[in-house]
Design a protein around this ligand. Structure first.
Ligand code: ZN
Ligand code: ZN
Length: 619
C-alpha cells in the first residue's frame, strides 16, 4: 500500500525559548518505503514552502510542517531549511545554528551556509570557528567556502589567519577561482599588504569588474592615488566593463587628492551615465573633488543641486570655500546650515575657522569659536590650531601665544609650527624663538622648522645662530622630502620632481625654461636667490631655483597644451616665494590661468596677480 502521507514519528517539545529548536529529529522507521517520485514531490513542496516564508513566524510553521512530514532526515530539505534561516534578511542565526547542530552529517554546503550566514550577521569570529570545525570534521572546503571566509578575515584585519587560509586554498588548488582571487585581493588590501594584493591581481588570467574594484580600493585605502588612476586607465583601455559606483567613488577621491580635474569630470560623467541616482555620499565626494581640483564654482553649483543636503555636504562645501579663500561665503553657508536645523560638527567648524584665518576675518573667527563652545562642540587641538593661525596671521602674536599657553591640552607640533611661521611673517623673533625651541625640543624631524628659524636669524643678521641651527639640522641628519608638482595634460597626470634631470621630456623642458627666462627678464623678473639656503655661488643658486618642480611642470604644460587653456598644478610642499613671483609673471606673459594647490590652499594666478594677494609670502 502506498501511503500518501508520512506519519510523524517525532515528539514535539513545546518551545521554551523561541530560538530553541522545537524538534527532535528521529528519522521515521518506514522512510525507506517512500517511493522515489513521491519523495521528489515532497522535496519540491518543502522547497516552495520555504520560498514563501517572509518572516520567522512563517518559517517556524514551515519548519514544523517539514518535521511533521518526517522530511528533516532528508538532507536536501535540511540544508534548504538551514540556508533559508541563515541567509534570509528576516532570518535568525541563533535559530539556524540550532537546526544546523541537529543535522547528523553536515556537508560542505551546510558549512558554507553557516559561514556565509555568520559573515552576513557581522559575526566574523564565529565564521572562523565554523571553518575550524569544518576542517576538524574532515569536511573539504570548496570554492564557495573561501570568499565569505576571506571577507571575514578582511573585516577582522586578521592577516595571519587569512594567510593560513590562502595556504589551504593553494593546497586545494582553488587559487584559480575568480571569486577566491577577488577575495584575496580585498583581504590583503584591507590588511595593508598591497604587494600581496597586487601579486594575486597580476597572476589572474581572467578579471571581472569586482577584481578591478578590489585592487583599486586596496590602492585607495593606502592613499596610493596615482596608482589608482593608472589602474582605472588600464581597466578602461581593456574595454568592455561598465565601471561600478565603488570604483568611481575611489577614482573621484584619487582625482581630489591629485588635483586631476579633467579625469574627475570624466568620472563624474561616468557616474551620471551608469548610476540612476547619485546619493548624497557620492555627491559629497564630487563636491570635495571639484573644490580640491580648484573648480570651486562647480563645487558650489553641485552643492546647490544636492537634493538631501546633510551635515557632510555642508562641511565639504565649507572646507572647499575655505581653501579658496572665500571666507565670507563659508560663513554664510554656516548660517544657512544652522537655519536648516543641521548641527555643525567639529569638522564643519575646522572648515569655518580655517576660512576665517585664510581671509583675515579675526572678529568673525573669534565669534565662531565662542558659538562652537556654546553649541557644545568641544574644541579639539585642530580648532586651537586654526585659532592660533587666525590670530598669528593678523599679527596678534601675543594673543596667539597666550591662547596656546591656556589650551586645555598639550600643544602639538602643528600648533607651534603655525605660530612660528606667523612669527616669521611678522618678524617677531622673540616669540618665534619660543615656538622654535618647543619644536626642536620635541625632536622635530621637519626640516622646515629649522629653516624658518634660520631665516629669522638671518634677517636680524645673527649669523652665529644661523650656523648653529644649520649645524644642528645637519647633525640630526634631517632631509627635506623631495618636492614634486603634478600637472594634468591631455587627460594624463605627469609628475615632476625638483632638480630631476632624469625625467622624461627633460630636454624639451630645459629649452622651454630657457626661453621663458628671457621673457621673464624682459618683464622685470629677478630670481630670489635668498630662497636657496645653500652656501653656494649665485649662479648655482639660480640653477637650483630653475629646477623647482613647479617650473618644470609649467614648462611642460606650456609645451604640450593648447594656447589659452588653464594649467592646474598640485604640489606636495609649500610654494617658495620665487616660484610664486615667477608664476605670476608667466600667467601674464603667456596669458594662461594657472592654479596651484599646495598643502593647505589654492593660488589662482591670472594677469600677473594671485588670488592670495601675496598674503602668504610677506617675508
Ligand atoms: Zn620654488
Ligand atoms: Zn598666491
Amino acid at each position: 500500500m502506498i501511503r500518501t502521507q508520512v506519519q510523524p514519528t517525532h515528539v514535539l517539545i513545546p518551545p521554551g525559548d523561541h530560538l530553541q529548536p522545537t524538534h527532535v529529529s528521529i528519522p521515521p522507521r518506514n522512510h525507506q518505503q517512500i517511493p522515489e517520485f513521491n519523495l521528489q514531490l515532497k522535496e519540491q513542496e518543502c522547497l516552495s514552502l520555504l520560498k514563501r516564508c517572509k518572516n520567522m513566524e512563517e518559517f517556524k510553521q514551515a519548519h514544523a510542517q517539514i518535521l511533521k512530514c518526517g522530511l528533516f532526515w532528508n538532507s536536501f530539505c535540511a540544508s534548504n531549511l538551514v540556508a533559508t534561516c541563515a541567509l534570509s534578511v528576516w532570518g535568525s542565526m541563533g535559530y539556524a545554528c540550532s537546526i544546523f547542530h541537529r543535522i547528523c552529517e553536515p556537508g560542505t554546503f551546510e558549512f558554507n551556509t553557516m559561514i556565509r550566514g555568520h559573515v552576513q550577521d557581522m559575526n566574523y569570529e564565529e565564521a572562523l570557528v565554523v571553518y575550524a570545525d569544518m576542517l576538524e570534521r574532515g569536511i573539504e572546503p570548496d570554492n564557495f567556502t573561501f570568499p565569505a571566509l576571506l571577507k571575514a578575515c578582511a573585516l577582522l584585519r586578521a592577516l595571519e589567519e587569512g594567510m593560513q587560509i590562502h595556504g589551504q586554498i593553494l593546497k586545494l588548488r582553488l587559487h584559480d577561482d575568480l571569486y577566491v582571487q577577488n577575495s584575496l585581493i580585498n583581504l590583503y588590501g584591507k590588511c595593508k599588504k598591497i604587494e600581496s594584493s597586487f601579486a594575486v591581481f597580476k597572476n589572474m588570467d581572467q578579471k571581472s569588474v569586482s577584481t578591478w574594484s578590489a585592487i583599486i580600493a586596496a590602492k585607495a585605502s593606502l592613499g596610493l592615488w596615482y596608482e589608482c588612476l593608472m589602474l582605472y586607465g588600464d581597466m578602461n583601455s581593456l574595454g568592455f566593463w561598465r565601471p561600478e559606483e565603488s570604483i568611481l567613488v575611489n577614482v573621484v577621491c584619487a582625482c581630489a587628492h591629485l588635483g586631476a580635474l579633467h579625469l574627475g569630470k570624466c568620472a563624474h560623467g561616468s557616474l551620471l551615465r551608469n548610476i540612476s541616482s547619485l546619493n548624497v555620499i557620492v555627491h559629497t565626494s564630487l563636491i570635495n573633488m571639484y573644490a580640491k581640483c580648484g573648480a570651486v564654482q562647480e563645487a558650489v553649483g553641485l552643492f546647490k543641486k544636492t537634493a538631501d543636503k546633510n551635515q557632510l555636504s555642508y562641511s565639504a562645501t565649507i572646507s572647499g570655500l575655505a581653501m579658496h579663500g572665500r571666507g565670507r561665503e563659508a560663513l554664510e553657508l554656516l548660517s544657512e546650515m544652522l537655519r536648516e536645523g543641521l548641527k555643525p560638527d567639529d569638522v564643519t567648524y575646522v572648515g569655518v575657522l580655517s576660512a576665517c584665518s585664510h581671509c583675515g576675518l579675526v572678529d568673525e573667527g573669534l565669534q565662531v569659536f565662542e558659538q562652537m563652545k556654546s553649541d557644545e562642540v568641544e574644541p579639539t587641538i585642530q580648532h586651537y590650531g586654526c585659532m592660533v593661525d587666525l590670530l598669528g596671521r593678523a599679527g596678534l602674536l601675543v594673543e596667539a601665544y597666550n591662547l596656546i599657553s591656556n589650551m586645555p591640552m598639550k600643544p602639538n607640533d602643528i600648533v607651534w609650527r603655525s605660530l612660528l611661521s606667523t612669527c616669521k611673517v611678522h618678524q617677531n623673533l622673540e616669540i618665534g624663538e619660543i615656538a622654535a625651541n618647543e619644536l626642536l625640543q620635541s625632536n622635530s624631524k621637519n626640516p622646515g622648522d629649522y629653516l624658518l628659524l634660520s631665516y629669522m636669524y638671518a634677517r636680524t643678521r645673527r649669523w652665529e645662530d644661523v650656523s648653529r641651527v644649520r649645524t644642528e639640522l645637519a647633525e640630526k641628519g634631517i632631509y627635506q622630502a623631495p618636492g614634486f608638482s603634478s600637472v594634468e595634460v591631455q587627460r594624463k597626470i605627469y609628475r615632476f620632481f625638483s632638480q630631476d634631470a632624469k625625467c622624461p621630456h627633460y630636454d624639451g623642458i630645459c629649452d622651454m625654461i630657457h626661453q621663458m627666462e628671457w621673457q621673464l627678464k624682459f618683464e622685470g623678473y629677478v630670481p630670489d636667490t635668498s630662497q636657496v639656503l645653500l652656501n653656494v655661488q649665485e649662479e648655482e643658486k639660480r640653477q637650483r631655483l630653475r629646477g623647482h618642480s613647479q617650473k618644470l611642470a609649467i614648462a611642460f604644460a606650456l609645451l604640450n597644451s593648447s594656447g589659452g587653456s588653464p594649467i592646474r598644478i598640485t604640489r606636495n610642499l609649500r610654494m617658495c616665494s620665487d616660484c610664486h613671483t615667477y608664476t605670476k609673471y608667466i600667467s601674464s606673459i603667456y596669458e594662461r590661468e594657472i592654479t596651484v594647490r599646495d598643502r593647505n590652499r589654492f593660488h589662482h594666478f591670472r594677469d600677473g596677480t594671485c588670488s592670495c594677494n601675496d598674503f602668504w609670502l610677506l617675508a
